[in-house]
Design a protein around this ligand. Sequence first.
Ligand SMILES: *Cc1c(COP(=O)(O)O)cnc(C)c1O
Length: 404
Amino acid sequence: MTATEALIATADAHSAPTYHPLPVVIATAEGAWMTDVEGRRYLDFLAGYSALNFGHGNRRLLKAAKAQLDRVTLTSRAFHHDRFGAFCAELAELCGMEMVLPMNTGAEAVETAVKTARKWGYRVKGVPAEMAKIVVAGGNFHGRTTTVISFSTDAEARADYGPYTPGFEIVPYGDLTAMRSAVTENTVAVLLEPIQGESGVIVPPAGYLAGVRELTRERNVLFVADEIQSGLGRTGRTFACEHEGVVPDVYVLGKALGGGIVPVSAVVSSAEVLGVFRPGEHGSTFGGNPLACAVALEVIAMLRSGEFQERAARLGERLHGSLATLAGTGRVTAVRGRGLWAGVDVHPAYGTGREVSERLMDRGVLVKDTHGATIRIAPPLVVSEEDLDWGLAEIGRVLGGDGA
Ligand SMILES: *Cc1c(COP(=O)(O)O)cnc(C)c1O
């Protein structure tokens, strides 16, 4: 048995089988590269589902984290700490909003957005008790908690977890007419990913987000944008909503906000919306802790320069230029995406997304399949042009050429 096989056997024997990882065991990582326990190097084309937008072991982020480790790491929200106000003020400013409600994981932030929208619906909009409805899109991924999977359309994510939380209306993603019919006077929010990540990097039709913005404004409904994966530079802008000139009422953030070091998530909105809460009505032991705030403050400072957004846009053109040459070759049936983010559909005759991911792993490129036939490409935004081109050439070797 190799060292890799032994480590995987132990993990398989003692961890609940909720994942089916590629057979690679990572020991160290730096920038866009990871090294396994046997010293093999891999280019990371997944970036922790965009939690690692700034790369592995980012010097600036590590420095901020290490400095904070020596000061104070946790106070709970029972007391103030000296990083909290700055974190909230600067994140709100980055978002063009007023208030922040910090949590830890993405799913918790989505749960928090659901609670926020319902509270706002009852206390501000005047929806009758227990009647609040939230409209969501089919194919969504908003996390794994019981309420969040209650409005998933993914059978795997949902099966045998009932009874489910009521109060959600599911409409097809990208269909503005269906959205318009689903909104009633009891609708408190529309919750959407501006680009659906897990679903396979699905970009909605042009005008969709702007249409949702107009509809929600007309009907006094909150537009909640789950930018956990699409936000913070990935698409070439700070937020994916910006591509349509749209500012939602609520941003839900996570993943890259923690710099790949700690889980940090947040709901960001106006004072009218987040001001609905009163002490004791929501909380989290770890939410907004000093270590999380210190790392996130550095993330915010890095985003403020615009450098990473510009890089994602520029490298994204290279990525999509290269992938476009594969589309229609027989092995690739479709390519989608925006910025440094792409979903590539593989022709079933050539293999499953999993098989393609394994072939790429053998060539030193790590990607992740999603929904059977799609591979998702999302390198850290710090990837060099040369490394990106090398990884794309490997993808070309595996997916270029015609047919099976
Ligand atoms: C990853 C993700 C989540 C859930 O985040 P966790 O930190 O895994 O709970 C929610 N929404 C979107 C769009 C995501 O990509």
